[in-house]
Ligand binder design. Sequence first.
Ligand SMILES: [Zn+2]
Length: 67
Amino acid sequence: MRKCPKCDRRLSPLYFGTACKYCGVDLLYYHFDERLEQDAQKAAAQQENVQRLLRKLPFYGKKRDSR
Ligand SMILES: [Zn+2]
């Protein structure tokens, strides 16, 4: 069931408009924005994890120090 992300009202699955008919929020853009933010946060967290892992590897640290 599709729900409006802003006003939380149910939208018919057959309703393909791009704006909520109750509060008028732009559904496509609202979702898109939210997803972008989540993706960015996820990517940042993953990058941090990767860098933390890399720092734990001794050869990675040595390579960087010798330069
Ligand atoms: Zn709405």
